[in-house]
Design a protein around this ligand. Structure first.
Ligand code: TXA
Ligand code: MG
Length: 324
């Protein structure tokens, strides 16, 4: 498998692969996705196979144009219209009542479908030229750290995919925020690239769904996820981290203002900027996961704005433990 740079001929080839039922890894502003024609159940099945993803975990369907919603959702309520107007294209996924046309394998048999319009030229062009919405999870092995570079996809999925389009580093770095719009209730199923506070400013108060293996509202939100092979421990704060350990790597939010073991330390944002920290999170975890260390000790970040999504990923990573 080679990584392809997005020339015109590469985009033509990627389009032909999607149209003929293949699977293509492509960049979005959040993380790399592994895409297939959302209306081709056999193609979508190949995604589950490539990722070792359980079939109970539904996929997000990516669109390039609002008109594509008609074939996916049976009803688009006012709140969805307002959120789309404010945040699309962008890192927001909306769970809505599904149309009969969406294959069951995409929705894991639920009566809802998750839809998002990504804010990335390559993703949008691939959807447009393929002439179909593209179902795509993050392009990682199930349970492992999400990819924010083409090389991450190559490492994890390699020959299991038909093509990898390299669009450089993902600018947002954490997955989309997922919101379910129920009767009179707005439920955040996964915090992500659009801060919860910004959503509330548009549609009013939201509630956070508790992540749990048995929560039918959030089938893919297992308590453990995003896990490196090396165990992650989430510290209480910078002051409680023991920097004298020779067998540990450190994932810090910001420059602590004192000397740390430089080779084994990743600083997400020296000046303490949550957006920058989110963009660097998964790359830093990938780098630490390649080091000869026994544990990754992580500093918590402030739980506001994108910090809510970062802490969600760190908590899930810390419940993972070694798996490969
Ligand atoms: O930023 C993103 O959302 C990336 C890029 C590629 O777009 N995609 C992504 O997909 O993170 P994935 O498959 O890794 O996570 C999608 C989550 C899963 O936890 C899944 O359970 C949930 O979305 N989901 C999908 N359809 C759903 C539905 N109908 N109801 C509830 N949750 C749903
Ligand atoms: Mg994922």
């Amino acid at each position: 498998m080679v990584i392809s740079h997005p020339s015109r001929s590469v985009m033509r080839k990627a389009t032909a692969i999607i149209k003929s039922g293949g699977i293509v890894a492509f960049p979005t502003e959040t993380v790399y996705g592994l895409g297939a024609d959302a209306f081709n159940p056999l193609a979508v099945a190949r995604i589950f196979e490539a990722k070792n993803r359980p079939l109970f975990d539904p996929l997000i369907v990516h669109i390039a144009d609002l008109s594509q919603m008609e074939a996916l959702a049976s009803r688009v309520d006012k709140r969805a219209g307002r959120l789309a107007g404010r945040f699309w294209p962008g890192p927001l996924t909306m769970v809505m009542p599904r149309s009969e046309r969406v294959p069951d394998i995409v929705t894991a048999g639920l009566n809802t479908v998750a839809v998002r319009m990504p804010d990335h030229l390559i993703a949008l062009e691939l959807i447009r030229s393929s002439g179909t919405p593209i179902a795509a999870p993050s392009a990682n092995r199930f349970g492992y750290i999400s990819p924010t570079k083409a090389a991450h996809v190559l490492d994890q999925l390699g020959e299991r995919v038909d093509m990898i389009i390299d669009g450089g580093d993902c600018s947002v770095g954490v997955e989309s925020t997922i919101i379910k719009l129920d009767e009179g209730r707005n439920v955040i199923l996964r915090p992500g690239g659009v801060p919860v506070e910004e959503i509330e400013a548009v549609i009013g108060p939201v509630t956070m769904a508790a992540p749990s293996a048995g929560n039918p509202e959030a089938p893919g939100q297992l308590p453990s996820h995003y896990s490196p092979s090396i165990p992650v421990r989430l510290a209480d704060g910078i002051a409680s981290i023991d920097f004298s350990r020779g067998d540990a790597g450190y994932l810090l939010y910001r420059d602590p203002g004192f000397a740390v073991p430089a080779v084994r330390t990743e600083i997400l944002s020296p000046g303490g900027d949550l957006q920058e920290a989110a963009a660097n999170l998964f790359s830093a975890l990938h780098r630490l996961d390649r080091m000869p260390i026994a544990v990754i000790i992580a500093e918590p970040v402030p739980e506001q704005g994108l910090g809510i999504a970062i802490m969600d990923r760190l908590r899930k990573a810390s419940r993972g433990g070694s798996r490969e």
